[in-house]
Design a protein around this ligand. Sequence first.
Ligand SMILES: Nc1ncnc2c1ncn2[C@@H]1O[C@H](COP(=O)(O)OP(=O)(O)OP(=O)(O)O)[C@@H](O)[C@H]1O
Length: 327
Amino acid sequence: MRVQVGSESPASVGLVAHGLTKSYGGRLAADDVSFTVRGGEITGFLGPNGSGKSTTMRMLVGLSRPDRGQAILDGTPVAAYHNPGLRLGALLDASAVHDGRSVRETMSIATQTMGLARSTGDEWLSRVGLSSVARRRAGALSLGMRQRLGLAIACVGSPRYLVLDEPMNGLDTEGIGWVKSLLRLIADDGAGVLISTHLIGEIEDLADRVVVIDRGRVVVEADPRALGAPLTVVRSADDVALVRALEAAGCPATTTPHGVTTAAAPDLVGRVALSAAVALVELREERARLASFVLDNTRGEFAAPDGLEPVGIPSTAPAPAPERTSS
Ligand SMILES: Nc1ncnc2c1ncn2[C@@H]1O[C@H](COP(=O)(O)OP(=O)(O)OP(=O)(O)O)[C@@H](O)[C@H]1O
């Protein structure tokens, strides 16, 4: 069953996956995958390992030919574009750079191919924090630095759409926050961004829409905000007394094996507990609402550390890209 929440009418413009289907050795890796990446939005493409995200993305950017279906970019098949980098930027595999070329040479080739000034490439290297390693061989870069280089190359043509396969891989928390703030800026500027991940927590506070794929099929397409507000989860020295106090304060609460959950905000819960003289052991906002929804609709094999807990990423991203000088 495919679950749709929020608006789902096909867009007249957008990057459209239209019935994309591909099998390898008789096994369907992508099965009739359809969704639209809209300008000005970040679409999170979520799925367990091996669910078909990369297969779909390769078809979407024209790197792999679908058995059936089509990738359509603003009304024209992607395959028909001669220089799609100016409309469609992609980062599919950060390790797919020539190890022997320097960072700057790698960028130069990209800008030449797209007919852009070399200085535009230099600006992007600076923007992603790689200016100081511009002479370094790409082969000597860390995975995180390669991701930055790949991101810069994907963005250098100021494309209308960006397709990014697991761009947070290899980045530290600061780097992830920076990528998220960059993508937000790019989307706010009008571009459509598709970003895949198998880590729900990486995109739940970033994506305007999520498309969840499982065993090659889209199972959920939703606006994450339509999935409900976050819950507060609290553990205390006396959960029974806490629930009683919360309910007396007009905050319905439920006791679960993981503690007490309530829709009331954490600070209110804290104040109620204080006035009821109940000592708190733990108080947190449960950011797993999307996770539970997704897990309910898939095989539940997401790489989350404890089944439901998304990886914690600060919601406010740091501004500048830090320069990394060591690999
Ligand atoms: N070139 C290929 N040859 C054979 N099988 C492939 C190929 N590419 C992908 N597959 C298979 O297709 C299925 C989907 O793989 P895909 O890489 O698209 O998933 P994914 O969701 O991107 O996974 P991950 O998060 O692990 O990268 C898997 O069973 C995979 O083994």
